[in-house]
Design a binder for this molecule. Structure first.
Ligand code: FES
Ligand code: FES
Length: 154
């Protein structure tokens, strides 16, 4: 049986119907047409389904949709303009197919919020839960370093 849940999605109050077994990625897709969070492994191993819930990254594939009742949910679709991280990913060509990119961008934002000047080791460690099948890792690391500089620029 589906149940109504209310929460904030990318800054707006919304309501959706969710079945008890439905995960957050499925609800974002089916109820709101948001395709940025992608389900790949479905086991919490790849980071492609990353979504922010109350400001913290979670695996959307392992988060039941009904658990976001009353919470703040943010996806890669949360801004109208590119932020520093997205600009850096474009400038560094830090993607090939792009399937993993939303998850990397959300995690990179969270990293830079916590540590504005990360070393390469910090970046590798923080992003170790995100997998890129195209192996664009060198460009992704370069992009995060560029994003850190962009964020510091006046
Ligand atoms: S699809 Fe959720 S972690 Fe891989
Ligand atoms: S760019 Fe293709 S999976 Fe990462």
């Amino acid at each position: 049986m589906r149940r109504a849940i209310q929460f904030r999605l990318n800054g707006e109050a919304v309501e959706a119907q969710a079945a008890p077994h439905e995960n957050l990625v499925e609800m974002l897709r089916e109820s709101f047409g948001l395709h940025g969070a992608r389900e790949s492994c479905g086991q919490g191993l790849c980071g492609c389904c990353t979504v922010l819930v109350d400001g913290r990254a979670v695996s959307g594939c392992l988060t039941l949709a009904t658990l976001v009742q009353g919470k703040d949910v943010n996806t890669i679709e949360d801004g109208k303009a590119l932020d520093a991280v997205q600009e850096a990913f474009v400038e560094c060509a830090a993607l090939q197919c792009g399937f993993c990119t939303p998850g990397f961008v959300l995690m990179a934002r969270q990293l830079l919020d916590e540590n504005p000047d990360p070393s390469e080791d910090d970046i590798r460690h923080y992003l170790s839960g995100n997998l890129c099948r195209c192996a664009a890792y060198p460009e992704i690391i370069e992009a995060v370093r560029l994003a850190a500089r962009k964020r510091k620029a006046p």
